[in-house]
Design a protein around this ligand. Structure first.
Ligand code: AP5
Ligand code: MG
Length: 190
């Protein structure tokens, strides 16, 4: 059982590369952002609760994220691998994920961290705003999301480095080039 975290700032390509990983390896993709956007689209009570937070570029409270994560994991059986995308984002989430996986007799195999400079991130998210209409892709909110990433999520790099499972991937280049580096790392752990 492979548990892979695809890590990186907003716009670094986590979702894009997760799709490729799912196609090649048949892993299950868990994107907490996608889950929340789906809840918002379906106007569920959870969706209504998180909409304002996401549109404002802030983080959804840990307790809510973990509840969603656990119920998603409970439904996700018979997979030889899981890609966690956009989760964990706080130290608390990382520690809870460890406990949740340990309780299932498994653990994080590798953290693949996409490294992309800020100028390129802003450029990609502005382009996506035009194409996909994600409500959190405005100039002001993108800057806020990047700040939240630096303040709260980026410190997890140290946390995972300390556990010897962190692998930085140069996230600039074509999607295929980057995916080549990702498969090289995954093939070492499967
Ligand atoms: P989430 O959905 O996780 O968004 P994010 O982390 O901000 O990242 P993005 O989805 O914007 O970017 P990505 O890295 O997936 O890049 P993508 O492949 O799309 O979270 C959204 C919100 O939900 C958060 O702000 C928070 O409010 C809440 N949330 C979610 N999880 C949470 C958690 N765990 N705790 C608390 N709150 C949480 O690529 C971006 C663009 O670039 C695309 O247009 C793509 O086509 C393009 N692109 C990709 N690769 C390349 C390339 N190599 N070259 C050029 N363009 C490329
Ligand atoms: Mg994404």
């Amino acid at each position: 059982m492979i548990n892979l975290i695809i890590f990186g700032p907003p716009g670094s390509g986590k979702g894009t590369q997760s799709d490729n990983i799912v196609s090649k390896y048949g892993f299950h993709h868990i994107s907490t952002g996608d889950i929340f956007r789906n809840e918002i689209k379906n106007k569920t009570s959870l969706g209504m609760e998180v909409k304002g937070i996401i549109d404002d570029g802030k983080l959804v409270p840990d307790e809510l994220v973990l509840k969603v994560l656990e119920s998603t994991l409970d439904k996700c059986t018979n997979h030889h691998g899981i890609v966690f995308d956009g989760f964990p984002r706080t130290r608390f989430q990382a520690e809870e994920l460890k406990k949740i996986l340990n309780a299932r007799s498994t653990e994080i195999s590798i953290v693949l961290s996409l490294e992309v400079d800020e100028e390129e991130l802003a450029h990609r998210l502005m382009n996506r705003n035009v194409e996909m209409d994600r409500t959190d892709d405005t100039t002001e909110i993108v800057q806020k999301r990047l700040k939240v990433y630096h303040d709260t999520t980026e410190p997890l790099i140290r946390y995972y480095k300390g556990r010897g499972i962190y692998k930085a991937i140069q996230g600039i280049g074509t999607v295929e080039e980057i995916f080549g580096k990702i498969t090289y790392e995954i093939d070492k752990v499967i």
